[in-house]
Design a protein around this ligand. Structure first.
Ligand code: ADP
Ligand code: 5GP
Length: 227
């Protein structure tokens, strides 16, 4: 009847550091095999229990710059003195397989993706309050106070970009925020521009079959309607 695009959606998730992007995304991934999180490369050092190839591909600044020259990245940006970039490989294959791909990237990278793939879904995650954001940044215990302050300062610049996104989700209660993102993805899959083709079976044939099978249409009523 209706043939919809079989390709996956590209979902860009941004938001200030500490808003809870990582937490929301890991919950989204828990029960969805059709969702894949792109692993970025970065020149920042691993923090806490982060492992190479899991949270990020950790590169030296020199290797990162080399990869920029080799056109390895779909987009890249400098954030707080470190490079971050999305490797091109795998993303297209995943989308073709019908897998939705999440890019968890900052605002400059998201703007670049908007130029390249305007139909991508752009979601901005916000904390409920500024105070709560600072509390989460401190509570995460992954940066020293100098870096925490820099990230908190940068948050204000990022929040001003929210209107460039399609959706904003306030991450107050985590399960509620996750449900909202799930609903956004579900709704996006029902967009009419995902319809590739409409082919309808012959209406007369279906009605005749129903009359012959005496299923639910009475022939005399049908003939009267047709008069
Ligand atoms: P981001 O990826 O946006 O930098 P994280 O996912 O690392 O943020 O979350 C920052 C901190 O806030 C973490 O310690 C996380 O456990 C906590 N956190 C995330 N979401 C919530 C929430 N809804 N309520 C309370 N704490 C949260
Ligand atoms: P963190 O150091 O907290 O892991 O990430 C810092 C910021 O870099 C976050 O806003 C995160 O979304 C962003 N980021 C992570 N990977 C990429 C990427 O590949 N490209 C861009 N542009 N930003 C990224």
């Amino acid at each position: 009847m209706i043939k919809q695009k079989a390709t996956g959606e590209l979902i860009v998730i941004s938001g200030p550091s500490g808003a809870g992007k990582g937490t929301v995304i890991s919950k989204l991934l828990e029960d969805n095999k059709d969702l894949w999180l792109s692993i970025s490369a970065t020149s920042r050092k691993p923090r806490g229990k982060e492992k190479d190839g899991v949270e990020y591909y950790f590169l030296s600044e020199e290797d990162f710059v080399k990869k920029i020259d080799e056109n390895y990245f779909l987009e890249y940006a400098k954030y707080q003195d470190n490079y971050y970039g999305t490797p091109k490989s795998t993303i297209v294959d995943k989308l073709k397989e019908g897998i939705d791909v999440i890019l968890e990237i900052e605002i400059q990278g998201a703007a670049k993706i908007k130029e390249l793939v305007p139909e991508a879904i752009f979601i901005f995650i916000l904390p409920p309050t500024e105070k709560e954001l600072l509390k989460r940044l401190i509570g995460r215990n992954t940066e020293d106070s100098n870096k925490i302050i820099k990230r908190f300062e940068r948050a204000y610049k990022e929040i001003n970009e929210v209107t460039k996104y399609n959706y904003v989700v306030v991450n107050d209660e985590i399960d509620d925020a996750v449900e909202k993102v799930k609903s956004i993805i579900k709704a996006e899959k029902c967009r009419v521009d995902r319809i590739e083709d409409i082919t309808l079976a012959n209406q007369e044939e279906i009605i005749h079959e129903a009359i012959i099978n005496k299923k639910f249409i009475d022939k005399t009523i049908y003939d009267n309607i047709k008069k």
